[in-house]
Design a protein around this ligand. Structure first.
Ligand code: ADP
Length: 254
């Protein structure tokens, strides 16, 4: 068994029995916290996905956490941090003998169903980042009963896949250990290639027909690649190729 082995990620941890949302709380306290502070909760009453969507977070069944980061990098490069988180979760699952797929930019799938979602939020002024909050929700020990009817074909858990209860503490430590390695490469040397390669090699989208949804606009295309900037390269049906920054878009498989 291996527990936390980091320099600064998760060295300061706030534990909550119940909270509205770890990202919300993290944003409230981020200014006064050191980089690497982690907030983790047994349950979130109002867990958030992207674009204000709900993230169900049943008590004692998952890893519902947020990491406070203060990278001295260009705010434009922050989307890469989500990919570092996704690669870290992917590696932690590999450690448990599970091969997952990464659905760019922020979801991890097992057998095509979401087992983890990442929600990265930033506060920045001019070209200075005040803080980045990376929320990671992992469905660890949820049973089929814990998944609402309308999510049954979209969501799964590690327990459902493995058929056994998973040690959440150990998994949490492994994710933080793996994330710190990627993150240090990023902030010290601007290197994200290892993590991006993991996202490419295990992509749920590359080579597939996808829908790109931007507000009212929906376009069909094929995902070709994830480039060095962490953008999704899409060839649209009309023939134009575009690099998509994670921003405010949704991608659906078809
Ligand atoms: P997407 O990336 O699919 O556009 P989000 O990242 O915003 O969506 O995640 C929110 C969505 O994920 C919800 O609308 C719901 O469909 C689904 N969802 C909510 N809770 C969970 C969960 N615990 N596990 C898997 N999927 C969930």
């Amino acid at each position: 068994k291996k527990y936390l082995d980091t320099d600064f990620i998760g060295r300061n941890i706030y534990y909550f029995d119940s909270i509205n949302s770890t990202n919300k709380k993290a944003k409230e306290i981020a200014f006064g916290e050191k980089e690497g502070t982690v907030l983790v909760a047994e349950e979130q009453a109002n867990g958030k996905g992207r674009l204000g969507r709900q993230w169900i977070s049943p008590k004692g069944k998952g890893i519902w956490m947020s990491i406070v980061l203060k990278p001295k990098v260009d705010p434009m490069t922050v989307a890469k941090i989500t990919l570092l988180g996704a690669a870290a979760v992917h590696k932690a699952l590999i450690n448990m003998g599970i091969k997952s797929e990464i659905k760019w930019p922020n979801d991890i799938l097992i057998d095509g169903k979401k087992v983890c979602g990442i929600l990265t939020e930033m506060s920045a002024e001019l070209n200075m980042i005040n803080y980045v909050i990376m929320g990671i929700g992992i469905n660890v020990n949820l049973d089929e009963d814990d998944i609402p009817e309308d999510l049954k074909d979209k969501a799964t858990s590690i327990k459902i896949k493995k058929g056994e209860i998973i040690d959440r503490k150990q998994l949490l430590a492994t994710v933080l250990n793996e994330f710190e390695k990627f993150y240090i490469d990023f902030i010290n040397n601007n290197i994200v290639s290892k993590a991006i390669n993991i996202c490419k090699e295990n992509s749920a989208l590359i080579g597939k027909e996808i829908k790109v949804i931007r507000g009212e606009e929906i376009r069909l295309g094929r995902a070709l690649d994830i480039n060095e900037e962490g953008e999704l390269v899409v060839e649209f049906k009309e023939g134009d190729i575009e690099n998509i920054y994670s921003g405010e878009i949704s991608i659906r498989g078809m």
